[in-house]
Design a protein around this ligand. Structure first.
Ligand code: OGA
Ligand code: MN
Length: 297
């Protein structure tokens, strides 16, 4: 099948011609989608009516192994019964909208900070596939920013300064920004992971800034200096020219490359209206190879 990609933003993002992904199994079409991801970093597919099983199965066909630790399990213990299927909703275990002071709601508010999924894990997340099941009658959008275009727009001096830098990412950091404190039981996830600040994307060779609210310090730098540089880079990378805003329709499947984009949820009246999205994220298993190459460079 030949797909067409209609660009929705000057730098990245394309809407793909109608196709029922739950039926897509042939290698040629899967290759076309991967090539589309390499070029556009974010693809929008409309009218995908997946069951949870079809959603999980499609993600594996497209990109291999699934991530099961994209959040803190105590908070994400989903209603959905599968660790690989993230419940991105404002609903509690009984399916009701969270009360304003619910701790799980507070934790979920972390999605409103600019981030890349599971950057605090090794391996981190590669593709995330976010599906809209229930959309509120008010705007409850997600913004995405192109980290390749943001990298390209840096001055040569800044690119030189960033070369070889490594960053510690921890979910504790992004949640501490919001005033959270964590108990010891989640140490495994809280210890975080070390990631390169600049990534080279394997198939295109393009470089991207790998930053997120989870990024807590630059290795070997004094913490304040590192944090200030990270804040400057996030500010640079999320200027309007690099940002696409997605307004959800039921059945939208947005696939984004976490190596090449950051994203954040925008606020809405979440204690009033239901919003139900589901996310499957793949493991960035090439990441270890890319890291090793960078170290031996
Ligand atoms: C996510 C996420 C944003 C949103 O699912 O990883 O950040 O708008 N979602 O719900
Ligand atoms: Mn996310």
């Amino acid at each position: 099948m030949t797909l067409t990609f209609r660009k929705l933003h000057p730098h990245f993002v394309a809407e793909v011609s109608p196709i029922a992904l739950r039926q897509v199994t042939d290698p040629e079409t899967l290759l076309e989608i991967r090539a589309g991801m390499d070029e556009h970093a974010l693809l929008v597919f409309r009218n995908q009516h997946f069951t949870d099983e079809e959603h999980l199965a499609f993600a594996q066909r497209l990109d291999g192994r699934l991530h099961t630790k994209t959040g803190i399990s105590a908070f994400q213990k989903s209603r959905l019964g599968n660790e690989a299927l993230a419940d991105v909703s404002n609903l509690n275990a009984s399916g009701e909208v969270y009360q304003a002071d619910d701790r799980k709601r507070m934790y979920g508010l972390g999605n409103r900070l600019w981030h890349a999924d599971a950057s605090f894990q090794d391996p981190p997340g590669r593709y995330s596939m976010l599906l809209a099941r229930v959309v509120p009658p008010v705007n409850a959008d997600t913004e995405y920013a192109d980290m390749r275009a943001a990298y390209d727009a840096l001055t040569p001096e800044m690119k030189g300064r960033l070369e070889g830098l490594r960053v510690h990412h921890s979910i504790a950091h992004s949640r501490e920004i919001l005033g959270f404190e964590f108990s010891e039981e989640e140490q495994d996830i809280l210890k975080g992971a070390i990631q390169p600040l600049v990534r080279t994307l394997p198939r295109t060779g393009r470089k991207s800034l790998y930053i997120a609210a989870h990024a807590s310090k630059i290795i070997d730098w004094p913490i304040p200096e590192g944090r200030l540089l990270l804040l400057d880079l996030i500010e640079h990378a999320t200027q309007p020219e690099f940002v696409y805003r997605h307004s959800w329709r039921v059945g939208d499947l947005v696939i984004y490359d976490n190596r090449a984009t950051m994203h954040r949820a925008r606020p809405y009246a979440d204690t009033t209206y239901r919003r139900e999205l589901r996310r499957v994220t793949t493991l960035d298993v090439d990441h270890a190879i890319e890291q090793a190459r960078a170290v031996h460079h």
